[in-house]
Design a protein around this ligand. Structure first.
Ligand code: NBG
Length: 848
């Protein structure tokens, strides 16, 4: 694989650290001590900055500018206000020597940046007035921003919430990740089926990023290893066969009105040699640029699988690429040559966000042993203290493995290091559990079946100083069922940190109506101290407050109605129970259970069993992307769309039942959708959803949850109380028991007339213009396979929905419960999650 030769990078560029050659002390000037000052917070000051950006940045006059020019100028203007704080934060970090959290994540689902930056700087009103004085509308400019969708779902969004919280809590943190040129695909529907389109988020300019090509880092791949004599010591070195450059792009991560701006550093791959002039001159243009195309593929596109890795070589390249860059960045550029790496664990803790960055473990070992010439044991001691691992799943198919063939071809030295780590580890296992070779095989980092491969979760668990799950139930199941041998060997290694969400984006910013109601009652402090929401409890008994709370919900429904009309041409009825299920499409999450409920409601009316006048008017909203290669998920989307189209066109249920499935659910849509919801659907099969974080966002915005005893639902219910949560379905031990005796879905179909009738209606062609086979894959999957026990929980679910309707009929009781949901879920702030990580795992502290 001789795509690139091992040349020095572009002349004038230094791969390792990009330090500038020149005088030993950095340039200075008295005026540079305060390098940039924030522009004045006045409307006039803002106008001046904005016009300057428009003129000198975009090169246009206001009168000639396009909306995109105006958006870009506005973004850069707001950026100026953060700049001084950013530079100051970086300087302070360097000088204080405080321990840094290096959050390693292949995904960051950031959401739009403009509003967040306006909120962090408290410039929303100033910007609005300033723009208005120029004849411009902030809301219109805001709509121009394409959100950076550099993640698939919960895992990537969690990373974004965490870095927000760390900045707000003044904890030094660098988020490290990948700058995908194309993020999560844009979903559209054609004939009810999902079509994926590339996400061209950078097409109109990226005003929030700061590229630093001069600080490029070289990353090697391929080749072989050899031993050599190093003054009497035998050492190994890696002789790679090709390489690429990683260019850092920095993004600001502003704390909430606290003067701190942390950094998110995303890496982009380019070729070490732009093209081969000799080949070009000889006339083969395609061949001349091949190396470049090849290198740039590494960060071209985000893999769209959520929770089900495909084991593709390019993905391993992505993973190694970004962690190799990130470790180099910290050791060579931030710490520098003089730093004694024995002290590394005092300066950084790398948090591994799932197994995607785990190849960082052998990479740090390689750096210490091969390059810095540390003894193996010493290097291992340092490495172990520098990493901690978060597991985000319970699905066995989601645990990443890499075939040793592939890994050895791409990273031969890393594979050797992994083997040696494994040898030492298995010796330890044999010492602790003599004569138990079965256990040794189960625990080995190297698996043999179905092919010889590296089990990344095992490597992470062996290397990590701590291993955590993401909700109480998940951490328990992780220790008991996913990694039981490891928790038996190292019980103290395992811990829980329940996920959280940032109250800034998902309450303060997304729900201005409820936010101001809360601020009127409690003052503004809750935004950074969400436990204070508890003080809302007494207001649940206050009729006037309840009225205002309902009014806020109505306002939010109005905003959603306007958005969906504009965005999707969807006409959302008024006065309905707004029932929302938004998350990735996955069988274990059971969108098909929600769908069976919808079909049942419809069936009851059209069959004449129920008088439509007696049912609770309800609008069911779905939002979900399916991985492009996940057939069952895509068939489910098709079914939902066809059922929705039929129901929405049927006069017999008009005004009573509506289904809306806006395409391309993303963070931006979530911000309008979640605050409008009455009912939050969290209906995964118990024991399958590690945590869920949407569930937290809904509760904090005053929706009631209908949910199973799964993931963080368990903790939500414990906190809000049984009367304010609609629990249904089997518990995890019941699921396990049913699995062990053998589950027969068809028995439920036969014994429950409503279920039978609903499934028959789907198979009858009623939703497919008479085509009885249109939904065959979904129907037969439910009847004969049903791995996630949809049919087993159907009856309990439909009954729980009847309880929902009974309660919704009493608006005062419903509102009381909704207020208590808000008041009792302050625990789910990601600030609290970060405190838990700091205390239980990182042993680092805020740096004020
Ligand atoms: C997801 C889980 C969710 C959880 C998020 C964040 C993966 C691998 N896991 O339940 O499915 O909320 O991680 O922890 O994407």
């Amino acid at each position: 694989m001789d795509r690139n030769s091992i040349d020095d990078p572009i002349p004038g560029q230094r791969a390792n650290g990009g330090r500038i050659v020149g005088p030993t002390s950095p340039p200075s000037h008295p005026l540079a001590l305060a390098p940039v000052t924030a522009p004045p917070h006045s409307v006039d000051g803002f106008v001046r900055e904005f016009l300057r950006e428009l003129n000198t940045g975009q090169g246009v006059a206001l009168s000639q500018s396009t909306v995109n020019d105006q958006y870009l100028a506005l973004a850069r203007t707001v950026r100026h206000y953060l700049m001084a704080r950013w530079l100051e934060t970086v300087r302070h970090n360097r000088e204080s020597g405080a321990k840094v959290v290096g959050y390693l994540s292949a995904e960051y689902l950031l959401g739009r940046q403009l509003d967040n930056a306006l909120m962090a700087t408290d410039l929303g009103d100033v910007a609005e007035k300033a723009l208005a004085s120029c004849g411009l509308d902030l809301a219109t400019l805001r709509e121009q921003e394409v959100e950076p969708g550099l993640g698939n779902g919960g895992l990537g969004r969690l990373a974004a919430c965490f870095i927000d919280s760390l900045a707000t809590m003044s904890v030094p943190c660098i988020g490290y990740g990948i700058r995908y040129e194309y993020g999560i695909f844009r979903q559209t529907f054609v004939g009810g089926r999902q079509i994926e389109q590339p996400d061209t988020w950078l097409a109109m300019g990226g005003p929030w990023e700061f590229p630093h090509p001069e600080a490029a880092v070289r990353v090697d791949f391929g080749g072989y290893t050899e031993t050599y004599d190093d003054d009497g010591t035998e050492r190994t070195r890696w002789v790679p066969s090709w390489n690429v450059l990683g260019i850092p792009y920095n993004y600001m991560v502003p704390g909430y009105q606290n003067g701190r701006v942390n950094t998110l550093r995303l890496w982009s791959a380019v070729a070490t040699k732009a093209f081969d002039l000799a080949i070009f001159n000889a006339g083969d243009y395609a061949e001349a640029v091949r190396a470049q195309t090849f290198a740039e593929n590494i960060t071209k596109v985000l893999y769209p699988e959520d929770s089900t890795p495909q084991g593709k070589e390019l993905r391993l390249q992505q993973q190694y690429f970004f962690v190799a860059c990130s470790i180099r960045d910290f050791i060579d550029r931030i710490l520098g040559e003089d730093f004694d790496l024995h002290q590394l664990p005092e300066r950084i803790i790398y948090q591994l966000n799932d197994t995607h960055p785990v190849i960082a473990v052998p990479e740090l070992m390689r750096l210490l042993v091969d390059e810095k010439k540390f003894e193996w044991d010493e290097a291992w001691e340092i490495t172990r203290r520098c990493f901690a691992y978060t597991c985000h799943t319970l699905l066995p198919e989601a645990l990443e493995t890499w075939s040793t063939d592939l890994l050895g071809r791409l990273l031969p030295r890393h594979l050797e290091i992994i083997y040696r780590i494994n040898d030492q580890f298995l010796t330890q296992v044999r010492d602790a559990f003599p004569h138990d070779e079965l256990r040794v095989r189960r625990m080995s980092i190297i698996g043999d079946y179905p092919e010889r491969s590296v089990r990344m979760a095992h490597l992470a668990t062996v290397a990590g100083s701590k291993v955590n799950g993401v909700a109480a139930l998940h951490s328990q199941l992780l220790a008991d069922k996913v990694l039981p041998d490891f928790s038996a060997l190292w019980p103290e290694k395992f811990t829980n940190v329940t996920n959280g969400v940032t109250p800034r984006r998902f309450l303060r910013m997304a729900n201005p109506a409820l936010s101001s109601l809360i601020t009127d009652a409690l003052g503004p402090g809750w935004v950074t101290d969400l436990d204070r929401l508890a003080e809302l409890e007494p207001y649940a008994e206050d009729a006037e407050f309840r009225r205002e709370f309902r009014a806020a919900k109505e306002t939010n429904k109005g905003r959603l109605r306007a958005l969906l009309a504009r965005r999707d041409g969807i006409d959302l009825p008024e006065g309905h129970l707004l029932d929302v299920m938004v998350k990735r499409l996955h069988e274990y999450k059971r969108q098909s259970l929600k769908l069976l409920h919808v079909v049942t409601l419809y069936d009851q009316v059209v069959s004449g069993r129920v008088d439509p006048e007696t049912i609770t008017p309800r609008t069911v909203v779905f939002g979900a992307k399916a991985a492009p290669g996940y057939r069952m998920a895509k068939e489910t989307i098709f079914l939902i769309n066809q059922v929705g189209a039929t129901i929405n066109a049927d006069p017999r249920v008009a005004g009573r039942l509506t289904v809306a499935f806006p395409a391309n659910y993303n963070v931006t849509l979530a911000e309008t959708l979640i605050p409008a919801a009455d009912l939050s659907e969290q209906i995964s099969l118990a024991g399958m959803e590690a945590s869920g974080t949407g569930n937290m966002k809904f509760a904090l915005n005053g929706a009631l949850t209908i949910g199973t005893d799964d993931g963080a639902n368990v903790e939500i219910r414990e906190l809000v109380g049984d009367e304010h949560f609609f629990l249904f379905g089997m518990l995890e031990p019941e699921v396990a028991a049913l699995n062990s005796i053998g589950y027969k879905p068809s028995a439920h179909y036969e014994s429950d007339p409503d279920l039978k009738s609903a499934i028959n209606l789907i198979s009858s062609g009623a939703f497919s213009r008479g085509d009885r086979h249109a939904f065959e894959p979904v129907v037969s999957n439910l009847l004969y396979h049903d791995r996630f026990m949809v049919l087993a929980d159907y009856r309990a679910y439909v009954d729980a929905q009847a309880r929902v309707e009974a309660k919704f009929a009493d608006p005062e009781a419903w509102t009381r419960s909704a207020i208590l949901n808000v008041a009792r879920t302050g625990f789910f702030s990601s600030d609290r999650s970060m405190r838990d990580y700091l205390n239980r795992i990182w042993r680092a502290a805020p740096d004020r």
